[in-house]
Write a protein that binds this ligand. Structure first.
Ligand code: FAD
Ligand code: 2HG
Ligand code: ZN
Length: 472
């Protein structure tokens, strides 16, 4: 574990005492107030941050959570909301001794409407469980990511998670129709809605999508789930240059149009790390500097497969695609997706890994990977790029044997300066959390940051919700 929170000055919050703990036990029941074995709640997924919380609270309802926050606000006790704790920017763990409020018990899918496609779900529901429940009703949750077996839908909404199908379904501002959130003072803000179209004033629900637990704690949400596609086909293709990758992306949009449901990139180095770390993975082709996963989902399997095959043939005729494989068999489709999903985990397991999650204009999408590799030289063991090409979102990962100031200063703030010069975003999907809080100004100007601070003060005047994060 690399401890990077030592320099943080504890805020002017009250110290938790026995009376507080008894009060919480009365509100939630003793079983849901944890004071021991808190490691799993104190350490972030990347094992870069260890907090020192002495208390984890697990409310079972919105009313219980409201009573908890009311007390914390009156007492000025700081709180960190926690979902599945899979976030990659240290947003979900305490930095000092904040109380962890875990949504684990609020995990029910409350309703799924097969006609409208609208599902109502509690924030602590694990994404995969929600997806399975939606599937039973013939629907798809329009969000899929490698952390699906652990992350919560509330965590996804709070980080505005992107994932593998944004190219098809758009981001969560469109799919989430409404939220219920408990504010710092314990007030319940009911912004639930069952309609796509609702122009009754400010779109306040959008404030909670991506606000990383700094404005309120999401307890419930309604999500528009598209009807499940009957046919899913997946191509795994090899390409010789990034120029060919771009041409293939344009061709995919032109030739696959409405059935294109994912367009991912993996470079050779990233793929190799996953294959080395996880021997059970089998890449269908090898020997290319770039690979793309192109998925189609539609209602007519034969027609979609024909379209996908034609698209591949065209790419091969033009020498843009060098090799590839197409499958519509569900087991094989999953096997290939597994390769993509294991890439970030393989890099984390290999050694110390700097993770950057940036939006860049497509023409300049990959150049930063080569530039960074040159800058790092022998200090890095792997510098690779992969991610959601279809959404202009690159995951730049830099691995090294161990974190040293020397490599840190080669990588940061250069990566943010480079992104900012291209008017990209320093966080395309993972958020700002703790790890990126000092770099927000690379993507937001001073006026915007001042307004964000004012909004934070309005929602949470005592600053009890997720301190030391985002705007700290
Ligand atoms: P946590 O990690 O627990 O929390 C994340 C943030 O949200 C914290 O700031 C926390 O305080 C806040 N929060 C959590 N729940 C609530 C709530 N109910 N109300 C208010 N605030 C809350 N992200 C992507 O966008 N796309 C990907 O493709 C992707 N793939 C991933 C793959 C892997 C293997 C891993 C480990 C992570 C990946 N992520 C990805 C990171 C992603 O942000 C998270 O996985 C997910 O969205 C976070 O959900 P969580 O429940 O784990 O939230
Ligand atoms: C993904 O797309 C995730 O796999 C994780 O967003 C990316 O770990 C990363 O850098
Ligand atoms: Zn991603």
């Amino acid at each position: 574990l690399t401890q990077i929170t030592d320099h943080v000055q504890r805020g002017n919050y009250a110290q938790l005492n026995d009376k507080d703990v008894s009060h919480f036990e009365q509100l939630l029941g003793k079983n849901h107030v944890l004071t021991e074995d808190l490691d799993g709640y104190n350490v972030c997924f990347l094992k870069r941050i260890r907090g020192n919380s002495k208390l984890v609270l697990k409310p079972g309802s919105t009313a219980e959570l409201a009573a908890v926050l009311k007390h914390c606000n009156e007492r000025k006790l700081a709180v960190v909301p926690q979902g599945g704790n899979t976030g990659l920017v240290g947003g979900s763990v305490p930095i000092c001794d904040e109380i962890v409020v875990s949504l684990q018990r609020m995990n029910k899918v409350l309703s799924v409407d097969e006609v409208t496609g609208i599902a109502i779900v509690e924030a602590g529901c694990i994404l995969e469980n929600f997806s399975l429940r939606a599937q039973e009703a013939g629907l798809t949750v329009p969000l899929d990511l490698g952390a699906k077996a652990s992350c919560h839908i509330g965590g996804n909404v709070s980080t505005n998670a992107g994932g593998l199908r944004v190219v098809r379904y758009g981001n969560l501002h469109g799919s989430v129709l409404g939220v219920e959130a408990v504010l710092a003072n314990g007030q319940v803000l009911d912004l639930m809605s069952n309609f796509k179209k609702d122009n009754t004033g400010y779109h306040m629900k959008n404030l909670f999508i991506g606000s990383e637990g700094t404005l309120g704690i999401i307890t419930k949400l309604s999500m528009l789930c598209p009807h499940e596609s009957k046919a899913v086909n997946l191509a795994f293709i090899g390409l010789n240059s990034f120029d060919d990758v771009l041409k293939t992306f344009v061709s995919a949009k032109r030739n696959l149009g409405e059935i294109l449901s994912s367009c991912e990139l993996i470079d050779e180095r990233a793929l190799n790390v996953a294959l080395e770390q996880y021997k059970f993975l089998n890449a269908p082709i090898s020997g290319y500097p770039f690979y793309m996963l192109i998925e189609t989902s539609g209602s007519n399997g034969a027609h979609d497969e024909e379209k996908l095959n034609q698209f591949i043939s065209l790419g091969m005729e033009r020498d843009e695609i060098r090799d590839g494989t197409v499958t519509g068999e569900p087991g094989k489709v999953q096997e290939i997706w597994k390769i993509r999903e294991m890439v970030p985990l393989g890099l984390i397991e290999k050694s110390f890994c700097f993770k950057y999650d940036i939006s860049l204009p497509l023409r300049d999408f990959y150049s930063i990977v080569d530039v960074m590799r040159d800058r790092c030289g022998d200090l890095a063991t792997v510098v690779c790029g992969y991610g959601h090409l279809g959404d202009s979102n690159l995951h730049l990962n830099v691995n090294c044997e161990r974190l040293t100031d020397e490599i840190l200063h080669r990588v940061e703030p250069f990566v943010y300066e480079y992104t900012s010069k291209l008017r990209g975003s320093i966080s395309a999907e993972h958020g700002i959390g703790f790890l990126k809080k000092d770099y927000l100004h690379y993507s937001k100007n001073a006026v915007a940051i001042d307004w964000m601070r004012d909004m934070k003060k309005m929602f949470d005047p005592n600053g009890i919700l997720n301190p030391y994060k985002m705007l700290a």
